[in-house]
Design a protein around this ligand. Structure first.
Ligand code: HXC
Length: 312
């Protein structure tokens, strides 16, 4: 494998093989961010199962990830919608049958679009809540028994690196928009705020069983669907001075946070949020957007003209 290819997905400080013999299950695994998270774990020894709605895209991504490391097994199950619990549970059970268990879970499936409340039908609002929040809950429920089993085998005393490595860990992929709120994203903000709380509850109820549950909250990450959709609303189109780090992030930086939480480095991190945004959410405000200057665009434009949002 070419080192420069690997460097796109993880920092060089991680030791090869730290996830050998481990299995990661990931929803939304063909997406820009989740695929990078999973690929990084595969580089470090894990086998993986990714699921998604699009069959071709999911299977193609799984094949590509499997090429990251000789011997890697990566399953890609398409036509699985996290809104459908039974179909998700079948995928989880098939993953366990073919790969032997589940040690790590990434609940990453998400759906989004720009729309003000006036353009958000009850069904549209429910779709995003169903995919992001209910889908995350479904993912947790479907994998929990396997996470418990893995956690029992991989307890850490905090002093020595567990000889069998780590396991029994879940990451929910969230966002930062909900911390301050932003127009056109009521559905996304409500869904992500729910996910943040869900993760904290899992930490409280399952921490005693050795499971860790944490949030990874990516900010503006270059070349992702999220940033393509949201940068103009956040005022980041052409003005990176609003990001304390002065640049967009990379998927590698989200993958590094994932490795940190799943490896022994994350053994005592539970119920936490790792924000990977270059400090961005602290400095952005609703009035920063040139495309949507606040509050003028809400007052002056024809708010019933949905075309102005959907073209973005
Ligand atoms: C208003 C919209 C809309 C839009 C869809 N809807 N797009 N309403 N403005 N731009 C409405 C539809 O009209 C319909 O309601 C309802 O949403 C459901 O849409 P469907 O087309 O029936 O399909 P469904 O599969 O339910 O749609 C899921 C979706 C869609 C989320 C709405 O956009 C989607 O599949 N997106 C692809 C995945 C995606 O978005 N990935 C981005 C991830 S990035 P009516 O009442 O009209 O029938 C990301 C970063 C988030 O999530 C970070 C911040 C939170």
């Amino acid at each position: 494998m070419a080192d420069n290819e690997r460097a796109k997905y993880l920092s060089s400080n991680w030791r090869d093989g730290i996830f050998a013999g481990k299995v990661v299950f990931c929803t939304g695994g063909a997406g820009d961010i989740c695929s990078a998270q999973v690929r990084a774990l595969v580089y470090l020894g894990a086998d993986a199962c990714i699921i998604g709605r699009n069959v071709e895209k999911t299977e193609r991504m799984a094949r590509s990830m499997a090429e990251s490391r000789p011997e890697a097994k990566v399953l890609g199950f398409g036509a699985v919608d996290v809104r459908d619990y039974d179909s998700l549970k079948s995928a989880v059970d098939r993953c366990v049958k073919e790969l032997g268990g589940i040690d790590f879970v990434i609940a990453g499936a998400a759906g989004n679009f720009l729309a003000p409340i006036t353009q958000l039908s009850p069904k549209a609002f429910r779709s995003v809540i169903d995919i992001d929040l209910i889908g995350s809950y479904h993912t947790l429920k479907a994998t929990l028994s396997y996470l418990e089993r893995s956690a029992a085998k991989h307890r850490s005393d905090g002093l020595t690196t567990p000889s069998k490595g780590t396991g029994g860990r879940i990451i929910f992929v969230s966002a930062t928009l909900q911390y301050r709120g932003i127009p056109l994203q009521t559905h996304g903000c409500v869904a992500k705020a729910g996910i943040d709380t869900l993760s904290a509850q899992v930490a409280i109820e399952f921490g005693p069983r050795g499971i860790t549950s944490n949030i990874v909250a990516p900010g503006p990450i270059a070349e992702t669907e999220g940033v393509k959709r949201l940068a103009r609303v956040e005022g980041l189109d052409g003005d990176l001075s609003r990001i304390p780090a002065g640049r967009f992030g990379s998927v590698k930086e989200v993958a590094d946070a994932t490795i940190f939480l799943f490896a022994d480095t994350g053994s005592y991190v539970n119920g936490a949020t790792v924000v990977v945004d270059g400090g961005s959410w602290r400095t952005q405000g609703v009035s920063d957007s040139k495309a949507f200057p606040y509050p003028g665009f809400l007052l002056s434009r024809n708010i019933d003209d949905n075309a102005q949002y959907t073209k973005l």
